[in-house]
Design a protein around this ligand. Structure first.
Ligand code: HEM
Length: 417
């Protein structure tokens, strides 16, 4: 580790409690004002400390330089894990080009704007049916009634998971997030016999999800369907099929990445709808703003708070010297409120310019969110349906946030129509 100047983080970024009431905007603003990077000392599960990257321009620089800032060396979350644990959980998100590029190519065609368009009608049906349930009850928990079932339904449909298993996928995905918080599951849950340190999020739910993937994979090998699981099983990387472990890791990544993130943005959307009613009214009168409002929802909610990279060779960023092996953590939740890029970042504006883009889907480059077009489609369809129905909340409760320093999730949110 290096660095001559080392301003210390004013908030404990390792403590999930720091994020218990949402993004700690003041602390991040203070860090953005430091000319260099800010040092977060060791704490909790982080035994080394890390450099906090909080400005938009620096997040973009790190994201676009996979040679110097690796996803494969070390872990992409703050805490370190052993080499065998890294290898056991590797999926494209924790690999660097060129192997990352080859894996991503297997699935990228399924996520182009043109391809995801074919799910629009089914997304609409899912949204309508969940809002009908909410309306019939006069309200309820927005998360379990609306925000959770829609994205998991969509990603499961894309993957080829049968409808009757969607609840099970939500349950497992919920536990994976809980694995990043302060409430671990029983290590033997779901019949798990794998050491927790070898499992993504150190969670037995990751074991259960891999088992499920293996069973579904075996079924699809016997009876192929027009779905992503079938495609993955038949795809070849350099003349070889994916191993059982690679396939299971791919499956887990898709379910988790496609579900939790979109759910969070939909959960926050309810708060935005209530707090910034004028913004929504404006878009109701001018639907050409639907796209920029969708981006604003994602910027404002920043569902993924950070991803980490590890420095591969001595370098300098924002004037701070970095040594090979240093951890750099890109705080999207800070960069999305960088006053150097966003005019009055705390304002929620439906017509905010979409260039330069927010970094809610990452700062660009090789790992830029694969599912961005799908997520945008889901969120914009939900906004459109809320507007079409003239749906407003008479009352909205206090959100209960997921206790995590990794995702900006909402566990529970009571709404009254
Ligand atoms: C609002 C919803 C979403 C948000 C905020 C989000 C955010 C992100 C972020 C921040 C990254 C890391 C980017 C980087 O390292 O540069 C990422 C990567 C990824 N996302 Fe999303 N995501 C969302 C929805 C989805 C959906 C619907 C899918 C569908 C499967 C998905 C699949 C992925 C995958 C597979 C990666 C890894 C890509 C790679 O390593 O090449 N995401 N996402």
């Amino acid at each position: 580790m290096s660095g001559v100047e080392r301003p210390l983080a004013p908030i404990d970024l390792n403590d999930a409690g720091t994020f218990a009431a949402g993004i700690p905007h003041d602390g991040f603003a203070e860090m953005r004002a430091n000319p260099g990077l800010t040092w977060s000392p060791p704490g909790g599960a982080d035994r080394t400390g890390f450099w906090a990257v909080t400005r938009h321009a620096d997040v973009v620089s790190v994201s676009r330089n996979t040679d110097t800032y690796s996803s494969a060396v070390g872990h992409i979350q703050i805490y370190d894990i052993d080499e065998d644990a890294l290898a056991a959980r590797a999926s494209m998100i924790d690999l660097d080009p060129p192997i990352h590029t080859r894996l991503r190519r297997l699935v990228s065609a399924a996520f182009t704007p043109r391809h995801v368009e074919r799910y629009r009608q089914s997304i609409r049906r899912r949204i309508r049916s969940r809002l009908d349930v909410l309306a019939a009850d006069g309200g309820g928990d927005w998360v379990s009634t609306v925000a959770a079932p829609i994205p998991i339904g969509v990603i499961c449909e894309l993957m080829g998971v049968p409808e009757q298993d969607h609840r099970y996928m939500i349950e497992l995905s919920d536990h994976l997030v809980a694995g990043t918080a302060n409430q671990p599951l029983d290590p033997g849950a779901y019949g798990n016999s794998t050491e927790l340190r070898l499992l993504p999020f150190n969670s037995p739910a990751a074991f259960a999800m891999a088992n499920y993937a293996t069973e579904l994979g075996a079924r699809r090998l016997r009876e192929p369907e027009d779905d992503l699981v079938t495609k993955l099983l038949h795809a070849e990387v350099e003349g070889e099929r994916l191993s059982e472990e690679e396939f299971a890791n791919f499956f887990r990544l898709m379910i988790f990445a496609g579900n939790e993130t979109t759910r969070s943005s939909m959960a926050h959307l309810a708060l935005h709808r209530h707090w910034y009613a004028d913004a929504f009214q404006r878009v109701d009168g001018d639907r050409s703003l639907l796209g920029s409002l969708t981006e604003e929802v994602i910027r404002y909610s920043s569902p993924i708070l950070y991803f980490r990279r590890t420095v591969t060779a001595d370098t300098e960023l924002a004037g701070t010297g970095l040594a090979a092996g240093d951890k750099v953590v890109m705080w999207y939740a800070s960069a999305n409120f960088d006053e150097a890029v966003f005019d009055e970042p705390a304002d929620f504006r439906p017509d905010r310019p979409t260039l330069p883009p927010h970094v809610g889907f990452g700062g660009g480059g090789a790992h830029f969110c694969l599912g961005a077009s799908l997520a945008r489609l889901e969120v914009s369809e939900l906004i459109a349906e809320l507007l079409d129905r003239g749906l407003r909340f008479a009352e909205i409760g206090q959100p209960r946030f997921v206790e995590s320093n990794f995702v900006n999730g909402i566990e529970h949110l009571d709404v009254e129509l």
